[in-house]
Design a binder for this molecule. Structure first.
Ligand code: F6R
Length: 364
């Protein structure tokens, strides 16, 4: 049942801290505090290149994973949604790794992509929430997300579980490839282990998010912005809003806005920005300044340090608990999911069963 929550989505949002913790427990040895991988039928250090594919939210998780794998492990990652990748005929590296991500393990496009990548000689690694799924049976290695059953059609907790696995994978690759030293690994593992606690603190922000939702609920169109690993967070936020509130939302890399979408901006198109203080803060803030100057109304998810700097610019500023830059996209993705939920409540939509959607898409 819903355990007293109004919807499965609300219940599943509250399971984020637990699910992140359980998933990390699978991948981080508590004694050594090092990432442990299952037995692999290939050598991580010998993988020249990764081809990542998935659909919907799972793909966005993979995009965040790509930032981590490239930055921390210095391994090239190509990625595309499965429905495109399977027909794209990309040249693949010999002995490359196919990285598939799926909650259900049954999504038709992802499964077809898996089969064609296997056919093309790639090693197959899948990040899956259902260990008896078709994709599990057809993979060389399965990394489990320990999210438990997800009932709400829109994915929430499976997403942060996927991110937890992908963060650990980036660390494992970084070590295997010699691109990450031990102190960096310790630092990132600590950041991950701190995350369930920080994620639990997020729910104290529910009243603020509820208030901010009013800014979005009356809009016809909403723009989501982020840079770097926060760009896929914007994609996730926009997708979740579309799915459960039926409000049109689009996500852009913040720096891309001036190349077109800025033409849309006026006071009727609220902008949701995911902008933690960190390396890309100033750049993103200056993009937001440009939007503000054109009458754009801003709702910013940031942290304590970011809040004081964005305050004058934004109509609503929500400071998330302070976390290491590396894991910030995990916390921010929960925040944009919570926002979508609050907007859907205001709209009175069928949150758990949005129109036209099915939990598992087993047709092409
Ligand atoms: C978004 C959502 C979908 C799924 C996508 C992939 O909220 O639920 O976009 O993420 O259909 O499904 P799986 O992960 O089962 O392959």
């Amino acid at each position: 049942g819903k355990d007293g929550y109004r919807h499965f989505m609300e219940k599943e949002l509250h399971e984020h801290p637990l699910v992140i913790g359980q998933t990390l427990q699978r991948m981080i040895d508590p004694a050594t505090r090092r990432v442990v991988m299952p037995d692999l039928p290939f050598d991580l250090a010998a993988i020249p290149r990764i081809t990542m594919t998935a659909c919907g939210s799972a793909f966005y998780a993979g995009l965040i994973g790509r930032y981590w794998l490239e930055a921390e492990a210095r391994i090239p990652v190509d990625g595309d949604v499965a429905s495109e990748l399977r027909y794209r005929e990309p040249p693949l590296a010999k002995d490359g790794l196919a990285l598939l991500i799926s909650q259900s393990g049954e999504t038709a496009d992802t499964l077809a992509a898996l089969r064609s990548l296997r056919q093309a000689g790639q090693h197959v690694m899948s990040v899956l929430n259902v260990s008896e799924s078709t994709m599990a049976r057809e993979s060389d290695v399965v990394l489990d997300t320990v999210a438990g059953p997800e009932i709400c059609v829109a994915s929430t907790k499976a997403f942060t579980a996927q991110l937890s696995v992908l963060a650990c994978l980036a660390i494992a690759f970084g070590r295997a490839r010699g691109s990450m030293n031990e102190s960096r690994e310790e630092e990132l593992v600590q950041a991950l282990l701190d995350l369930p606690g920080r994620a639990a603190e997020l729910f104290a922000l529910q009243p603020a998010i509820q208030q901010a939702a009013a800014m979005v609920a009356d809009a016809r169109d909403v723009l989501y912005l982020g840079r770097g690993s926060q760009f896929p967070v914007a994609l996730e936020g926009a997708l979740k809003l579309k799915e459960i509130s039926y409000i049109h939302a689009e996500a852009y890399a913040a720096g891309e806005m001036k190349h077109g979408p800025i033409a849309l901006i006026d006071r009727n198109v609220p902008i949701v920005a995911s902008v933690p203080s960190g390396r890309l803060f100033e750049k993103t803030a200056s993009n937001l300044q440009e939007a503000r100057a054109r009458g754009g109304r801003l709702l910013c998810f940031t942290d304590q340090a970011g809040a004081s700097r964005l305050g004058p610019l934004a109509e609503q500023v929500i400071a998330l608990p302070d976390v290491h830059d590396f894991v910030a996209p995990i916390l921010h993705s929960i925040a944009v999911q919570m926002l979508a939920y609050e907007v859907a409540l205001l709209k009175g939509t069928d949150v758990d069963q949005p129109r036209n959607l099915a939990k598992s898409v087993t047709v092409e």
